[in-house]
Design a binder for this molecule. Structure first.
Ligand code: NI
Ligand code: MN
Length: 226
């Protein structure tokens, strides 16, 4: 699967012939100044929770592309109020059948208020099962035992795991999370954007390597095969 990183937790995955864009936060990200927001594609927008560093550009992208937005019930209601035409509300444990595969909304331990202070429901992550492979997008979360259920249920090709620490799990817990989900190929997300989440790239890669896992930290705008 082709994966493009747009900085922070914004990831584009091309799976099942569709373009799945996760947690768009580009226009407000100093590190992503070189990314043209108007050139970012999406057939589906998947939003893990309501925080601005995950939904800031969702409305603009949904309006331009006509993408269907998947998120928890409260976040989809908020998007609809901003004029997003196609939304698909979900909640923990539920699976949606899309034309490119199955998407399950799984638990995350975090919080979820929307940028205008509206109630943002509960935060989550996504497990996507497409014909060309399955992957997990963690959203913002602590390490949780629930991740073992993902590893037991689904053979993952790769996982996008938050690892910047402070607001989410850090590198050491993300290594344990990779064990829990039984996945050896990890894309790092939610790091470097703000001072409290800056990480030492070489040290992080080494910590995964020591457990037999590959951590990939793509440059912003860079694509890779996963
Ligand atoms: Ni958050
Ligand atoms: Mn965040």
């Amino acid at each position: 699967m082709k994966v493009t990183y747009y900085g922070h937790s914004c990831v584009l995955v091309e799976a099942g012939g569709r373009r799945l864009l996760f947690d768009p936060f580009i226009s407000g990200n100093e590190l992503a100044r070189h990314i043209d927001l108007n050139a970012v594609p999406a057939d589906y927008l998947l939003l893990s929770h309501g925080h601005a560093d995950h939904v800031a550009d969702a409305v603009a992208i949904a309006r331009r592309t006509g993408a269907t937005a998947l998120a928890n019930f409260e976040v989809t209601q908020w998007l609809a109020r901003q004029g997003v035409a196609k939304v698909h509300p979900m909640n923990h444990g539920g699976t949606a059948q899309l034309d490119c595969g199955r998407v399950k909304f799984v638990p995350a331990i975090h919080s979820s208020s929307l940028p205008d202070g509206a109630y943002g429901g509960n935060p989550g992550g996504f497990v996507v099962e497409a014909a060309d492979g399955a992957f997990y997008f963690s959203g913002d979360t602590a390490l949780t035992m629930d991740m073992k259920l993902i590893g037991e249920a689904t053979r993952l090709r790769f996982a996008a795991l938050c690892l910047g620490d402070n607001f989410t799990m850090g590198v050491e817990d993300a290594v344990i999370a990779a064990d829990f989900i039984r996945c050896d190929q990890i894309l790092g997300i939610h790091y470097d954007t703000f001072p409290p989440i800056q990480i030492d790239h070489a040290a992080a890669i080494q910590k995964f390597h020591a457990r037999g896992k590959q951590l990939r930290l793509l440059g912003i705008g860079e694509s890779g095969d996963f």
